[in-house]
Design a protein around this ligand. Structure first.
Ligand code: ADP
Ligand code: MG
Length: 256
């Protein structure tokens, strides 16, 4: 097999919050690459930097230092207008909380990214998305009239409608029941298998991760391993090992 093309990459990425003794390094110099046309899951303990990594890769957050590449494009070299265009034309992002515009209906939210880009939504694809996500009877409602799971599914439809080359999703199944979660994962998988898109999904759920082609493990803002085509129990074991071999907390008294 030929090696995969790199869809996106992080090179020695640092993202710090605050300064002085209270500073937090959400990303501590992480380097990794996201293969094109594959489904990558990102996992790790809470606070390990998963959301920060996704936001930096998607150009929603600027790293403190280091580089983000989208294909050959160095995001750090783009001004805000150029970055906005790249995000609009090439990326889809599913936020953990949906992040829908409150005064627009679900249907208007779905069409937003595509219409802002001056394109016309592909009606057949829109209908299929809405159908598969089970939100067809919700399109006229405002986000405040939807459940958390419905908002999440609207956010997914919005991210997928324009068929972006890369889709980032931050815990997209977090608020879903098992059946809608499975349907959503099938849809993301189809984006990769049927349309050659690249998917990067943060998840806590080993079952969700097992639909991916590879799992990237994060700990303390650094890459901590990679699993290829992982089975759920292998994911569980790897996550367990990540937390088990942590250094002891500084407050622990070690007796000789
Ligand atoms: P994860 O998604 O893996 O749970 P995050 O990327 O959200 O982790 O956060 C990584 C670390 O950065 C955590 O310690 C978190 O508290 C911190 N952090 C994230 N966002 C901010 C922020 N806006 N201000 C200060 N600290 C933050
Ligand atoms: Mg997070």
């Amino acid at each position: 097999m030929t090696p995969p093309v790199v869809a996106a990459a992080a090179v020695e990425l640092v993202r710090s919050y605050g300064s002085g003794p209270g500073a937090v390094r959400a990303l501590a110099g992480i380097s990794l690459y996201i293969p094109s046309g594959r489904f990558t899951a990102v996992m790790g303990p809470s606070g390990s930097g998963k959301s920060t990594l996704l936001h930096c890769l998607a150009g929603l957050d600027r790293p403190t230092s280091g580089q983000v590449l989208l294909g050959d494009t160095r995001l750090g070299e783009l001004d805000d207008a150029a970055l906005t265009r790249v995000r609009r034309d090439r990326m889809g992002f599913v936020f953990q909380d949906g992040n829908l515009l409150p005064h627009l209906s679900a249907g208007e939210n779905i069409d937003l990214a595509v219409t802002l880009a001056g394109r016309r939504p592909d009606r057949a694809w829109r209908n299929e998305l809405v159908e598969r996500l089970g939100i067809g009877n919700r399109l006229r409602h405002l986000p405040s009239e939807l459940s958390g799971g419905q908002r999440q599914r609207v956010a997914v439809a919005r991210a997928l409608l324009g068929r972006p080359e890369i889709v980032f999703a931050d815990e997209p199944t977090g608020a879903l029941d098992t059946t809608s979660g499975r349907e959503l994962l099938g849809l993301l998988r189809a984006c990769v298998d049927d349309y050659g898109q690249t998917v990067v999904m943060v998840t806590h759920d080993p079952l969700a991760a097992s639909v991916s082609d590879q799992v990237l493990l994060l700990r303390d803002g650094l890459a901590a391993g990679r699993l290829d085509r992982p089975a759920p129990d292998a994911v569980l074991a790897a996550l367990g090992a990540l937390t088990a071999d942590r250094p002891a907390p500084r407050t622990t008294v070690v007796r000789a």
